[in-house]
Design a protein around this ligand. Sequence first.
Ligand code: RNT
Ligand code: ZN
Length: 415
Amino acid sequence: MTRFDSAKEIYNSWGVDVEAAMEKLSGIPVSLHCWQGDDVIGFDHDGPLTGGIQTTGNYPGKAKTPEQLMQDMDQALSLMPGKKKLNLHASYAIFEPGEFADRDRLEPKHFKKWVDFARERGMGIDFNPTFFSHPKMKDGLTLSSPDREIREFWINHGKACIRISQYFAEETGVPCVMNIWTGDGFKDVPADRMGPRMRYKDSIEQILSQPFDRSKVKPCVESKVFGIGVEAFTTGSAEFTLSFAATHEGCLPLMDNGHYHPTEMVSDKIPALLCFFPEIALHITRPIRWDSDHVVLFDDETREMAKEIVRCDGLERVYMALDYFDASINRVSAWAMGFRSWQKALLAALCTPGERLKRLQDEAGFTRLMVEQEAVKLLPLGDIWEEYCKRQGVPGDRDFYAEVKKYEDEVLIKR
Ligand code: RNT
Ligand code: ZN
């Protein structure tokens, strides 16, 4: 008997069908962020990363051209089991030599190469207008700026991105989740908190007035608690974005699990929002002490978020996207490790005897619930995971590093 067969039997005795779990997992798309490959820089500017976010580290081999980024992404994809979707930022527009279009003038053609890339790999595309790393961020503000011209520029950017999102959906046949996040805020105690928020509300409403097909484009608003250099006030706070999504038909709330106070848990917020919203979106990251965007690992909160999505029967209602950026280690490894960790968390959730545990809770069998929840933690998930990787044609955990190292020696180090 193989380890997998034995593990399958053990799960079976708990009422868990691991074959069904692997089958289900292999069809659920998870969005892979292009920005782990080049430290959130993109191809439309030479300046630094701004907007209250930061990458740290200077590991060699960073992708500097679209070709390199795509090559690295391909390498990362070859190390990930499961179904992938591509997550792009507007700053990753690809221009012909000598061509340039500012963010308010972006067109579908500037993303044609990405569409070809995604289609060849059977991936849908998600999209993000880029409201940072640009000279038109005035005094740290974009959509909530008091300067009408500045707001207009960014509103036009948002509208252009809706048109591009619809193009992605039409070209790939997969709906495009378009996420609006700005780093707008103030470093120190503001004199007016509502003014910027009213302007932000109006700006997003204007962006969403661009006609689009609701079944193809899924606009979201992402909240945040603070950013670097904008510690005192964030225009798009949790209450602001959640209320916006709740009151604007077709707009989804997006929760990034790095964007809350450290003792607030997004795992607990997922079922709360699913009581009200038909669909929600997530940015999955790993915050250490702050919104540090470390590589996602198979840790407790990551597992708990996956569990909530699965036990709320939310796999088709929750758009899942990775969002982290570590420049201190091999970026291809970072990309693939984060994706694999989220796959592991989903697999663990799908291999949890959820109904049985729910029943214990409803019957107030809390002693037994504690005992069984602890027992489930040590079921032989590793053997199921290795089998899943094998069936998906990607390396298992023991062979993963050798692949990373080979690509580093042969390609990355030589850049
Ligand atoms: C920043 C937000 C945002 C970005 C990406 C690059 O704190 O999480 O989602 O990480 O848009
Ligand atoms: Zn995010």
